[in-house]
Design a binder for this molecule. Structure first.
Ligand code: ATP
Ligand code: MG
Length: 451
């Protein structure tokens, strides 16, 4: 019998488990197979130091969930009854962060262990310094401390509310997470609609976990998602950007995209892209094809351990909106027109997700290069192939062609050129013939007010 189904049988009562009347189901160390070997040394160090100082220390969230699923956790989150200041005092290598949600980051080189103090429901406080809710029910501050039981109830999904206790190595399952792991189900703790109103990003998290774990979103959890997208509007653009990266650049971007579209949430992240997909008039749905290919490409690179960059992804997602904008700009030579369109599209997008400059700059360069790569005459090709954005821009050309854009075999030309001898390169340049005469902007602008 598989480990999870054995656990589920135990939880259902086939074998003895310790369970307080309304408390968690507690699974003893002999009955589960989370071993300290699965947990990073640094997370263990933090857990032990909390315990030795007389505090409770639990591994929680993705750390427990992913180990139970036989996956390597992305990071380790710890929950404790020690207050942030107390945690901070225990670790010299720690910093206090967050206002909306105060917690401690304990740093070990590149690994950061997040330590959060147990939170209670915000309803148990009338002190607005600790908890604050907006008119729509959104949690603006969430710093009311409580017990581990309280803490479990304000986590998002049942599978994220399993706690591994460093004291005794037991798992405390507060909301039926073990059973939902076995059912492969994403289920919200409490009333889904109210929980989405408290924090609309939970809708995105439901999709993220469904795609990442290949789980189903349970129907009551899924239902409100179709109509609550507008709640995402007031979420700060910076938080949305972080969320988008987790959604689309964590190795399951393609599946995540389909789910986002199914729930009508993609348009809340990329309104212009969504509109371009909806209004696509190409015969073979090139716009969506391009987006999907870009995401699949990223997923494959991640699976191969290669790096992916937000700049490339955003360049791809906004490519067709950029083309549409470009088609409205008249009386400007191609490169300035491209710059203008790029600026407009980026300004529009950053209302929803920020795009830090370190990504928007290379993104614009990738777009720019799309105009330059066809101009290969004379010494141009040699300059281009050595320019720093060549690789990304060339990949981008291949992607455009794969999605059905006809570019006169531009990609194939550059594939050959890159690896050709200098003799062959010269010949390839010659075979191009003369450059097409430069198109100039008409001197007398036609009547046109929509620029
Ligand atoms: P991963 O780290 O693999 O993305 P995770 O479940 O660990 O998944 P984190 O964002 O690291 O996700 O959050 C850790 C835990 O904190 C979650 O498992 C969940 O219990 C809780 N949590 C995070 N964000 C929210 C939220 N918006 N609402 C309620 N609980 C949350
Ligand atoms: Mg985590």
């Amino acid at each position: 019998m598989g480990f999870i189904s054995k656990l589920v049988n135990m939880v259902k009562g086939d074998q003895p488990v310790t369970a307080a009347p309304s408390g968690p189901t507690i699974i003893t160390r002999d009955d589960h197979d989370i071993s300290r070997r699965d947990i990073s040394d640094n997370a263990l160090k933090v857990l032990y130091r909390l315990k030795d100082a007389g505090f409770q220390g639990f591994l929680v969230g993705g750390g427990v969930r992913d180990i139970l699923l036989g996956k390597q956790p992305k990071d380790f989150d710890i929950a404790t009854n020690a207050h942030p200041e107390q945690v901070h005092k225990l670790f010299r290598n720690s910093i206090l962060i967050g206002r909306r949600f105060r917690l401690v980051h304990v740093r070990f080189g590149r690994e950061v262990i997040e330590v959060a103090t147990f939170r209670a429901s915000h309803l148990s406080s009338d002190n607005s310094n600790q908890a604050k809710q907006s008119e729509s029910g959104m949690l603006l501050r969430d710093n009311v401390y409580g017990t581990v039981d309280d803490d479990a109830m304000r986590r998002d999904f049942t599978i994220n509310a399993m706690y591994y206790n460093i004291n005794g190595f037991t798992i405390h399952d507060f909301a039926g997470g073990i059973e939902d792991i076995a059912k492969r189900s994403i289920r919200m703790i409490g009333d889904p609609q109210a929980r989405y109103r408290e924090d609309p990003v939970r809708m995105l998290r439901a999709i993220r976990f469904a795609a990442k774990l290949d789980f189903e979103i349970e129907s009551a959890t899924a239902k409100p998602m179709h109509t609550l997208g507008h709640l995402l509007e007031p979420i700060p653009a910076a938080r949305m950007f972080e969320e988008v990266l987790k959604l689309l650049l964590s190795g399951h971007g393609e599946q995540t995209y389909y789910l986002l579209r199914d729930y009508d949430l993609f348009k809340c992240l990329f309104p212009a892209t969504d509109a371009a997909i909806e209004n696509d008039e190409t015969p073979d749905y090139q716009v969506e094809e391009f987006v999907v290919l870009a995401l699949r490409n990223s997923d494959e690179r991640i699976a191969q351990g290669k790096s992916v960059t937000p700049a490339y992804l955003f360049a791809a997602l906004l490519w067709h909106p950029l083309q549409q904008r470009l088609s409205q700009i008249r009386n400007m030579p191609p490169i300035p027109a491209m710059h203008q369109a790029a600026q407009d599209i980026i300004l529009q997008q950053v209302k929803r997700t920020s795009i830090p400059r370190r990504f928007s700059t290379p993104m614009k360069e990738i777009w720019d290069m799309q105009l330059r790569l066809p101009r290969r005459h004379g010494n141009k090709a040699l300059e281009l192939v050595e320019s720093k954005r060549f690789r990304a821009a060339y990949d981008f050309v291949l992607l455009r062609e794969a999605s059905g854009e006809g570019l006169d075999n531009l990609g194939q030309w550059w594939t050959e050129y890159q690896f050709a001898s200098s003799q062959r390169r010269e010949q390839m340049t010659k075979e191009l013939g003369k450059p097409a005469p430069k198109k100039r902007a008409p001197k007398k602008p036609k009547v046109n007010q929509d620029g």
